[in-house]
Design a protein around this ligand. Structure first.
Ligand code: RB5
Length: 142
């Protein structure tokens, strides 16, 4: 299977990133770092991941920081990016159905690895509903 999912974190998301890779398999993810829990700046990893998505638009992304907030705020500044911060699996379903999210953001300090995995499963396996949600998404870009 090709690596469908880009994943990156900051230091506060490093542990969950590693736990997810251990649980789901290295073949599943393209790990964009960091390689340790040494302090880093989350916008640098947002940029790295979105640059990869621009190269291959079929790829989706996972970003993890401590609260998920910094990664979300930063990622959503990029054109065409809809990054959804999810702390449970139902939110991940809605992020796809209603928001056509192309990045799932996880809060490393506030979610366990099994819930995070369920979020990823739902993020990957749920389709956008379109219809009225397309109209709303078109209104997001200013
Ligand atoms: C790092 O301490 C923390 O600020 C960061 O991971 C994130 O939660 C920021 O929004």
């Amino acid at each position: 299977m090709s690596k469908v999912l880009l994943i990156a974190s900051d230091h506060a998301g490093y542990e969950l990133k590693n736990s997810l890779i251990d649980l789901m398999g290295t073949e599943f993810f393209e790990d964009l770092g960091p390689d340790s829990d040494k302090s880093v700046d989350y916008p640098d990893y947002v940029k790295k991941l979105i640059n990869e998505m621009k190269i291959d638009s079929n790829k989706k992304g996972i970003l993890i920081c401590g609260s998920g907030l910094g990664m979300s705020i930063s990622a959503n500044r990029y054109e065409g990016i809809r990054a959804a911060l999810c702390s449970n699996s139902d939110m991940a379903i809605l992020a796809r159905k209603h928001n056509d999210a192309n990045i799932l953001v996880l809060p490393g300090r506030f979610i366990d690895v099994n819930t995070a995995k369920l979020c990823i499963d739902n993020f990957l396996n749920t389709n956008f509903e379109g219809g009225r949600h397309s109209r709303r998404i078109k209104k997001i870009d200013l």
